[in-house]
Ligand binder design. Sequence first.
Ligand code: AKB
Length: 331
Amino acid sequence: RQYNGVTGAAPGVKDKNDHPRVLITGSLGQLGTGLAKVMRQRYGQNNVIMSDILKPPQEILESGPYVFADILDFKKLQELIVNYNIDWIIHFSALLSAIGENNVPLAMRVNIEGLHNVLELAKQYRLKIFVPSTIGAFGPDSPRDPTPDLCIQRPRTIYGVSKVHAELMGEYYYHKFGMDFRSLRFPGIISADTNPGGGTTDYAVKIFHDALKSGHFKCYLREDTMLPMMFIDDCLRSVVEFMETPESKLKMRTYNVTAMSFTPDEIVEEVRKYVPELKVTYEIDGRQAIADTWPKRFDDSNARADWGWKHTMDLPQMCKAMFEFLDPSHQ
Ligand code: AKB
């Protein structure tokens, strides 16, 4: 078995966990397309069903099963779970931190009602369920450097509130009904082949596109704003490894995971190694107030100790991978 350069079967996977049938909601977002690819290589092309409310590009249609699914339509989801004989749900549908603030009623419907639908279905059909959480589930009252798994969580965005709700609801269903709920709190994710949509950490992806397209990076966060980050391959691997970890190893249901922390200043310095003439201007907007309440550094020691989480990419390696993908002439 091999994915993203990692070989070897995960420990302790048997029967339906060996080739689970997986439904991914919100699969056309930043994480879903890549995760479907990784999981299809691992569990079989037709065992991973991508879903979303958008018309997919041709290459997605050709890559394996893709279906329309609105997370707010309980019956439709039920039908998919039965018809495709689903074992696991990966629930990616959500409005992120910045966009959520611009449409709070929609964020509440998608992030909270949508979650209620998948939790109830996971309970009814005894599915294993993964719901990502985020550094945004912490707030100004949380310790920020570093932020441990268990501490005060009083986020100030609807996205953060909905993710604390998801963590608590999932853990409640686990304790009450024995549902196999799992969640990882992700930092900002940096990807080359997909774009983030509406987050506070998006600048760390935008810098690469701006550097290559116009040579002028307009940054909406202050140059000294430190946030935790991770390269997409590490993120996708964390989901697979976490989902395959035997229950007996898990001491918690929600874990922090991270790879690095940096500021706009630090990533600019690294990007200038590839694009020395890069011009940078700072035009601070409302996302600064969000970032100012988030962790600067993330303590993921429990994930490392309990189920062997290990990142592989730091800031220089991540930048190298981004340029290699976006502009092969930089190799
Ligand atoms: C966001 O910025 O909203 C997301 C996140 C850190 O959860 N990327």
